[in-house]
Design a protein around this ligand. Structure first.
Ligand code: FES
Length: 79
């Protein structure tokens, strides 16, 4: 399995809406971070779907190394 590209060494804050589904980019190649734009087709990765339960600000992982996909778990601080 290839390694995910580090899109950004830090999370992307996103104001999500309750009930809406989001496709988080797992490969790091998307031009529309932190979300999937289909660029993963040339990689071994697939996007990770996330359904927001409430309307609030979430921090989506930008380094793609998180253990808690799709959200930031602080892994970027050890890169
Ligand atoms: Fe990265 Fe789709 S573009 S998972």
């Amino acid at each position: 399995m290839s390694e995910a590209k580090v899109a950004q060494k830090g999370p992307f804050p996103v104001d999500v809406e309750a009930g809406k589904r989001y496709a988080w980019c797992a490969c790091g190649q998307s031009a529309t971070q932190p979300f999937c734009d289909g660029s993963h087709k040339t990689t071994d990765f697939n996007p990770v779907m996330y359904q927001a339960e409430e309307t609030k600000t979430l921090y989506f992982c930008g380094c793609k190394q998180t253990g808690g996909q799709p959200l930031c778990d602080g892994s970027h601080s050890s890169l």
